[in-house]
Design a binder for this molecule. Sequence first.
Ligand code: SF4
Length: 88
Amino acid sequence: MPRYEVTIEKDACDGIFACLTRDPRFVEGEDGLATIDPSADPIYDCEGEVTDTAERVVAKFDDDRIDEAKQAAAACPTDAIIVEEVGK
Ligand code: SF4
């Protein structure tokens, strides 16, 4: 399984929430911007480590759902989402 990291740069996030419709792990945070909650997915039991600071959200996953995260990144009109593989 690929291990990958999903980053949301909060400076770039406009709260448009196109990402939520592509990957249900993206949710609206208390600050009105996107954040990531691995357990928010109603279908898959997903695990991940999430760090949410004032500047950015970084989530690490070890599953086969990188394509969904990439679709969320592609749907983001402000390019606030970065998806990177971080090793095999
Ligand atoms: S689509 Fe992009 S700008 Fe919109 S909420 Fe998601 S990360 Fe933020």
